[in-house]
Design a protein around this ligand. Structure first.
Ligand SMILES: NC(=O)c1ccc[n+]([C@@H]2O[C@H](COP(=O)([O-])OP(=O)(O)OC[C@H]3O[C@@H](n4cnc5c(N)ncnc54)[C@H](O)[C@@H]3O)[C@@H](O)[C@H]2O)c1
Length: 274
C-alpha cells in the first residue's frame, strides 16, 4: 500500500461500511483525515476500533459531525478544513443511502428527495464548495473519489431513486474530470457491487416505519436483478467486503496512478461482467 504520509484527506461518510474501512486504511497509510458523518453511534464504534487497532495514528483523525443534507453542516466541514489545512489532497465522497428498493410508483417525494440529495445533490454541493482547495494543486494532482454503485451503470439492481442518483453522480464525476484535468485535479468513481456494510441497518434506523426492502422492489431488483446475477456457479452469493472498496479508493488516490482520471472502477467480483 502506498504511503499517504502528509496527505490531507476529507472523507464523507466514515462511520460505517466502506467509509469506516477506508478511514482505517488511510490512517494506517499515514494520512491526516477529516471525517464527516451524522451517525454518532456508529462513529463511536469505529473510533473505538481505531483506538484499539491503530492507536499510533488516532491523532491524525479529526471528526466533524454533521448531516450532508444540511448546508450549515457542510459549510462547517469546509470551514474546518480550510482553517486547519488550507488545502485538500483528496476528497472522498462515500456517503450514500438506500431507496428501500422502491419502484417509481411507490417512491414518494420524501424518499426521492432524500436519496437524490445524499447520493448526488449534496455530493455536488460539497465538491463545488471544496474546489478552491482542490484546484491548481501543488505537486501531484488532487483527487475526488465518489462511491457510486453498479446501480449507476444498470437499471436492474435498485429502485428508481437510487439508480437515478447513482447514474447522475457518475455523470457529475465525468464532467468534473474533464472540466478540471488541466487544473491538476482528477476525479474518479468506484462502483461497488453487493458489499457487506452498514447500509441496511442505517436505512432501518432512518425509516423505522417503512419496509427497508419493498417486497415488490425486492423481487424486481434484489431477486431478479441482483442476487440472481450476483451468484457464482455454485449459487453462492458474490458479496464483497467494505475493505475491497477501501483498497480501490486508495488505489485511485495513489500518486503513482496519476493518469487514471474520469474513470469508473467497478468492484463487484465479476457480477456485471456478463
Ligand atoms: N453496500 C452495498 O452493497 C453498496 C453497493 C453499491 C454501492 N454502495 C454505496 O457505497 C457507499 C457506502 O455505503 P455502505 O454500503 O458502506 O453503507 P453505510 O451505510 O455503512 O455507509 C454510509 C455512510 O454514510 C453515512 N451517511 C449516510 N447519510 C448521511 C448523511 N445524511 N449525512 C452524513 N453522513 C451520512 C452513514 O452514516 C454511513 O457512515 C454509498 O454511497 C452506497 O450507496 C453500497
Amino acid at each position: 500500500m502506498a504511503s499517504m504520509k502528509g496527505k490531507v484527506v476529507v472523507l464523507v461518510g466514515c462511520a460505517s461500511g466502506m467509509g469506516a474501512a477506508t478511514l482505517k486504511l488511510l490512517l494506517a497509510a499515514g494520512a491526516t483525515v477529516t471525517g464527516f458523518d451524522n451517525n454518532r453511534e456508529n462513529m463511536a464504534d469505529t473510533l473505538e476500533e481505531i483506538n484499539e487497532e491503530l492507536p499510533e495514528f488516532k491523532d491524525n483523525l479529526n471528526v466533524v459531525y454533521g448531516d450532508v443534507t444540511s448546508a450549515e453542516d457542510r459549510s462547517r466541514l469546509v470551514t474546518t478544513v480550510r482553517e486547519k489545512y488550507g488545502r485538500i489532497d483528496s476528497l472522498l465522497y462515500v456517503a450514500g443511502v438506500l431507496d428501500l428498493m422502491c419502484p417509481a410508483h411507490k417512491t414518494d417525494d420524501l424518499l426521492w428527495q432524500y436519496v437524490m440529495d445524499v447520493n448526488c445533490n449534496d455530493c455536488f454541493y460539497l465538491v463545488r464548495d471544496c474546489l478552491s482547495m482542490l484546484l491548481d494543486h501543488e505537486g501531484p494532482a488532487a483527487n475526488v473519489v465518489i462511491v457510486g454503485s453498479v446501480g449507476g451503470l444498470y437499471g436492474s439492481t435498485a429502485g428508481a431513486a437510487y439508480v437515478t442518483s447513482k447514474h447522475a453522480v457518475l455523470g457529475l464525476a465525468r464532467n468534473l474530470a474533464w472540466s478540471y484535468h488541466w487544473r491538476n485535479l482528477k476525479v474518479n468513481v468506484v462502483n461497488p457491487g453487493a458489499i457487506i456494510s452498514g447500509i441496511l441497518g442505517n436505512a432501518m434506523e432512518k425509516w423505522p416505519d417503512r419496509d427497508v426492502m419493498d417486497p415488490e422492489g425486492n423481487d424486481l431488483y434484489n431477486v431478479r436483478g441482483g442476487v440472481s446475477l450476483g451468484c457464482d456457479a455454485a449459487g453462492n452469493n458474490m458479496m464483497g467486503t467494505s475493505e475491497d472498496i477501501a483498497r480501490a479508493i486508495l488505489f485511485l488516490i495513489d500518486d503513482d496512478n496519476a493518469y487514471i482520471n474520469g474513470a469508473q472502477l467497478t468492484v463487484d467480483g465479476g457480477w456485471t461482467s456478463f
